[in-house]
Design a protein around this ligand. Structure first.
Ligand SMILES: Cc1cc2nc3c(=O)[nH]c(=O)nc-3n(C[C@H](O)[C@H](O)[C@H](O)COP(=O)(O)OP(=O)(O)OC[C@H]3O[C@@H](n4cnc5c(N)ncnc54)[C@H](O)[C@@H]3O)c2cc1C
Length: 431
């Protein structure tokens, strides 16, 4: 038997594919529900995504969602949400969507535009363990780093590009430099800017893990407290029961895995996993009557570069992206506060975070009425950071794998929902 520890999207996907291959699989989940960070709350005629707001799907992923029977419930992001915005010099400004637009548009200064035009002729270099910031300062300049890269990295990884390694976060950029000698040339040739489809589901993001979990044997309220035994005969301990399995799939957060690994032989692995930093994140949902605004924003949302001094790191215009996430007369914003670029906000109380987000929204969108509803969520361990520690994590994962303890989790090989789904499938294929 194979036991999967953790019923987040990583563990569930791996378990689903293994079951399809005819393997006997059991999933043990600490909480009372499936999904981990994918959590949806239906409240006040609103569909609130407490964790991820959407999933970026390619053709393979879409085919799998159809196989799961979710076809009729897929909600594609609206056409208008293809427009993205960045806050710059006190204004919400449209972000050019491709390198040619970048040159025509006045988002960047003339000197930066000249530099962008010259980038294809810059010498390619290979630098070991380069951070995202170092890479963009080497090939571009500080304006590109501060106004495009930092907010974008904050939006995806809740991370600080001064710390994140390029090879683990954007390996395709390294590949572009190696293969095409330039990022811009690589972007144009690979059509990498053609966006994939952003999706949600009729009952929200949690519908995905719930649908998968229904096809599996999942034991809820069963936190694994300890793993003992040896390769081929692992014993998994929960407060109420013990299970034996030939293979274990570790799909819980790194710190929890570190706590349950056999102490004697895997102490070094545990100490590496404990060194993985997680960004903290507040998520605030704010809804208004549409009549509160003389003009409603059109687009995906806006990112706030840290050097603009705003409180939130950005806001998704949720009702513009997924109109069914609010009643027709209502408007929903989803704002994010914290992350590694504003780590000092992690400790703030819910009332303070809600108040400051509301003040910012009221000011930016000129709200004439009070909001109808506000909801706050705090994730103390939102997103693992792919910093230099990941070099050690690679070795730790290899050692675990050699013992039949397979890792499928957001702290190795990519944190996005679609990364986790891809890894789950790949792991099952290899077993
Ligand atoms: C606020 C926020 C917004 C995000 N936005 C996006 C987005 O828009 N798009 C995107 O692609 N990604 C987004 N992400 C990232 C993405 O949601 C996660 O990286 C991904 O869902 C992680 O899935 P996972 O299964 O690896 O881990 P988790 O979801 O953390 O699941 C781990 C599971 O293990 C269980 N567990 C823990 N300890 C034990 C134990 N001892 N025994 C048994 N079970 C245990 C937990 O209860 C949990 O269910 C976002 C994340 C956050 C926090």
């Amino acid at each position: 038997m194979i036991i999967v520890i953790g019923a987040g999207i990583s563990g569930l996907t791996a378990a689903w594919h293994l079951k399809q291959k005819g393997k006997k699989v059991l999933v043990l989940e600490a909480s009372q529900q499936a999904g981990g960070l994918l959590q949806t709350l239906q409240q006040q005629n609103l569909r609130l995504e407490l964790g991820p707001n959407s999933i970026l799907a390619d053709a393979d992923l879409l085919a799998w969602l159809r196989e799961l029977g979710l076809d009729a419930d897929l909600e594609h992001a609206s056409e208008v949400s293809k427009s993205r915005f960045i806050y710059k010099n006190g204004q919400i400004r449209g972000l050019p969507s491709n390198p040619m637009d970048l040159l025509k548009n006045n988002f960047f200064s003339l000197s930066t535009k000249l530099l962008l035009a010259k980038e294809p002729f810059r010498k390619a270099e290979k630098i070991e363990n380069e951070t995202i910031s170092a890479f963009f300062l080497r090939r571009f300049n500080r304006e590109v780093l501060e106004y495009a890269v930092k907010p974008f990295v904050g939006g995806i990884y809740a991370g600080n590009p001064d710390e994140l390694l390029l090879k683990y976060t954007f390996p395709s950029l390294l590949q572009m430099e190696a293969e095409h000698g330039s990022v811009i040339r690589g972007l144009v040739k690979s059509h990498a800017l053609t966006r994939k489809t952003s999706l949600n589901f009729a009952k929200g993001m949690q519908q995905l893990p719930q649908t998968i979990a229904q096809t599996l044997e999942v034991v809820y309220n069963s936190p694994v407290t300890r793993i003992s035994g040896q390769q081929g005969a692992w014993c998994v301990h929960t407060p109420t029961q013990e299970y034996t399995a030939e293979t274990l799939i570790l799909a819980a957060p790194a710190k929890q895995i570190a706590e349950i690994l056999p102490k004697s032989e895997l102490a070094d692995v545990a100490s590496i996993l404990k060194r993985i930093t997680y960004a903290q994140m507040h998520v605030v949902h704010t809804s208004f009557e549409k009549t509160a605004f003389s003009a409603l924003p059109k687009g995906f949302g806006v990112l706030h570069p840290a050097n603009e001094g705003l409180f939130s790191s950005g806001t998704i215009w949720t009702s513009a992206v997924f109109p069914k996430s609010s009643a027709p007369a209502q408007w929903l914003f989803t704002s994010f506060v914290g992350g590694m670029q504003q780590a000092e906000y992690g400790h703030l109380s819910a009332p303070e975070v809600k108040k400051r987000v509301l003040a910012e929204l009221t000011h930016h969108y000129k709200a004439k009425l009070e909001p109808v509803y506000q909801h706050h969520t705090f994730w103390p361990e939102a997103i693992p950071q792919y910093t230099a520690v990941m070099n050690d994590v690679e070795n730790a994962v290899n050692l675990l794998t050699s013992k039949g303890l397979l890792v499928c989790a957001n702290w190795h090989g990519g944190p996005s929902v679609s990364d986790c789904i891809k890894k789950g499938k790949l792991l099952a294929e290899k077993l």
